[in-house]
Each structure stands twice: as C-alpha cells, then as structure tokens.
Design a protein around this ligand. Structure first.
Ligand code: PLP
Length: 400
C-alpha cells in the first residue's frame, strides 16, 4: 500500500533525478537513533547507517543542537580566513589519529584524491622518481572521482571510464610475498583500506599492514590508509590501523566523521606534510564552520557515550549471533570483519534476495554483489537491537 506522498515523490524522482542509483520503494521521512521511519510511520531497524555514516545514530540531539547553533552563528567564510571550528577539529583529529596536519574536504573520494596528489608530488618533487608507482589492492574502493577511481581495483567501476590515470598497480590482498616483491625505489606510496568495505568486508591482516609500514620505511614510500569506511570508531578504535599498531603517513577519512553532515579530511604527518605548498590544493567548502562543528559534536558523542567500547562489544556479539545462525543451518559460509563492520559471505548467490526480504520485514542491510551481506549499523546499537535483527534474518533465511 502506497500513499499519495509516496506516489508524488516517486514520480518526481523518476522524472527528474538522474537514475544512477538503484532505488528501493521506500520513502524515509525521519530518523531517531538506530531507526528510520517511512511516511506511514513504520519503523525500520537501520543496520546500514547511511552506508557507515550515521555512527552516532539518526538525529542525535547533541549533533542536531550543535549544527543548529552553528547554522545560526556562521556557516561559511571561505578558506581565506581563520574559523574556530576548523582549527579545533584539526587539533582533535590529529590527537585521535597520531597525524600532524589536517586538510578538510567534503567526501571520501576527495580525501583519497588528496592522498594520491600528495603521493604524486612526493614522487616528483621529493623522491625525484618520475616513473613512480602507487600500489593499491585488488578489490579496493577509493571513490568515483578519476584519481580515486584509478586506484579502485574493480573492473565494474573502472571499465566505462578508461583511460584511467596511469601509475597505479594492483596487488592481491593479504599476500605478503607479493607485497615484498612489488616494493622498490620506484614505489611512491601504497594506498589501502585496512578493512576493504565496498569490496566485500575483507580485513587486511595486521602482519600485512606492519610489513607495508616496514617496506615504506625502507623504500622511502608513503603508507596511505583509506579509513573512509572503517574509521571513526566503527571497528572499536578511532581508526582501524590502530589495531595493527602501525602509523600511516596519510589517512583519508569521511563518512562517520560528520555523522550525516558531509565532510572529509585528509590527515598526514612527517614528510607528507611538506609536500604541498600554498595554492597547490584546496576546495571551496572544505572545513567550513558548519561541517566542522558537526564533526566536533560527533567526536564528543563518541567519547561521552563510550561508543568505541560499544562498537567492539556489540560488534563481537553480532558476529557471535551470526555464527550461531550458521551453526543452526543458515546458508552462511563466513562471518568476518571487526567491531561493527561485518561481512556475511553466503553459500549461495542470494544476497540481494536476502536484502529485499529483510527490507520487507523492516530491517535495513546491504548486499555487496551476489553473495555478501554488509552490516554496518550505527555505533549506538545495543544487544537487543542485534537480537531483533538476527530474528528477522533467521526468518528471511528460512523463507529463501
Ligand atoms: C573506503 C572508501 N573510500 C572512499 C570512498 C568514497 O567516499 P565518498 O562516497 O564519500 O566519495 C568510500 C565510499 O564508500 C569508501 O568506502
């Protein structure tokens, strides 16, 4: 049963919005915590969180208040001038990440793009190796802009847009021998996600990250961590590389950083901070007071509500419950991930059907390809939320 409002909006969408997204027939009008509500007032349990964005839940009162206050005070000035939220957020991000400088942008792709530009100029101007290579991993995802896309080693995203930016080379994930063979003096950087997200939730091992760090030090190359999806508390630490005890040279972050308000940041330390000079990079909206106030509020909420600890604990519980489902006969091959970044590999190509059936029962998940379910709920979820989701999933598995 649809409503007149639904009909109107669906028609407008179909007529005027470029159809590059596969829309579901659901119209959301508000959100609270881990729930979204459609125009008829039906509540959905949101285990997607706007694709790993709404870490502090929907419309958290503290985040909403800070955005409203800032919107009434100062929204935008340009980067020609100092503003208080940007400077304060830069300090907090450096403290949390172990980096030394922050550059602000508006999305994950832009944060990765900045990392790629740093690597390229580092190779040209500091290393003086014009035939440099930037190493990336098979199955990676770094965004849709041309630089980030050229680093995204998945044919379905790259094929339509060739020729791509040259200089990237893909390595098999978690293959330490291949990593050792690939590194040379020509290596400008390695760009990787500590847990691959869009590729299907594949954790990169601590040993692999540690070896990448060692090889970067030996070959004078930059370790660039794409933390756009895994960062900002999702895995139980602020950044996923912190589990491996390595410190990258450059960190790309976005998604959870703004809790729903668009903002990205590229963080860096050491020689990476010396690469770009005034005028060599920038963006109009980057680090505007409104976006930075939102991100500061997100950090405060994560700290005040112990959400790192919650993500680790409830994430472990979620994985245990999923493994129980498998033991009870559900078509699950593997459960993997860390904290609240969980992938469920199915034994049959039914991920899209499972996603659809779960949505009909008002549980929001995500299918990555035909066989993998991605579960990236808000960091505020509780064990009872997990129980509810598992109950729905078990019914769906029975049905399909
Ligand atoms: C690891 C990673 N990097 C980069 C991006 C691109 O971010 P955005 O969509 O904000 O441009 C994504 C988006 O899914 C991502 O998961």
């Amino acid at each position: 049963m649809t409503t007149p409002l639904y009909e109107t909006i669906a028609e407008l969408d179909q007529r005027y919005v470029l159809p590059v997204y596969r829309r579901q027939p659901v119209l959301f009008v508000r959100g609270v915590g881990a729930r979204l509500y459609d125009e008829q007032g039906n509540a959905y349990l949101d285990f997607l969180a706007g694709i790993a964005v709404c870490g502090v839940g929907h419309c958290h009162p503290h985040l909403t208040k800070r955005i409203c206050e800032q919107a009434q005070t100062l929204m935008h000035t340009s980067n020609f001038f100092l503003t208080e939220p940007q400077a304060r957020l830069a300090r907090r991000l450096c403290e949390l990440s172990g980096m030394e400088k922050a550059f602000f942008c508006n999305s994950g792709a832009e944060a990765c793009e900045m990392g790629i530009k740093i690597a390229r100029k580092f190779a040209n101007a500091i290393k003086r190796t014009p035939d440099y290579e930037i190493l990336t991993l098979e199955g990676s995802f770094h965004g849709r802009t041309m630089g980030a896309l050229s680093a995204t080693m998945q044919a379905k995203y790259q094929e339509p847009f060739k020729p791509l930016l040259p200089g990237f080379r893909a390595l098999p994930r978690n293959d330490i021998d291949a990593l050792r063979h690939a590194f040379s003096e020509r290596t400008a950087a390695i760009l990787l996600e500590p847990i691959q997200g869009e590729g299907g939730i594949y954790p990169i091992s601590d040993e692999y990250l540690q070896e990448a760090r060692r090889l970067c030090d030996r070959c004078n190359a930059l370790l660039i961590a794409d933390e756009v999806q895994a960062g900002f508390g999702r895995t139980g630490k602020w950044f996923a590389y912190q589990h491996a005890g390595v410190l990258p040279d450059v960190v790309a972050t976005a998604k959870g950083l703004g809790g729903g308000f668009p903002i990205g940041a590229c963080l860096m330390r050491g020689v990476a901070t010396e690469v770009l000079q005034a005028g060599e990079h920038g963006t109009t909206y980057g680090g505007n007071p409104l976006a930075c106030s939102a991100a500061l509020a997100v950090i405060e909420i994560i700290e005040q509500e112990n959400l790192l600890e919650n993500a680790a604990r409830v994430g472990a519980y979620l994985q245990t419950r999923l493994c129980d489902l498998r033991a009870a006969g559900a078509p699950i091959r593997e459960v993997r991930g860390r904290g609240l970044m969980v992938g469920v590999e199915l034994t049959q190509p039914i991920a899209r059907t499972v996603f659809q059936k779960a949505l009909e029962r008002r549980l929001i998940l995500n299918a990555v390809g035909e066989t993998i379910l991605r579960i990236v709920p808000p960091l505020i979820i509780t064990e009872p939320d997990v129980d509810e989701a598992i109950q729905i999933l078990s019914e769906v598995f029975e049905e399909v």
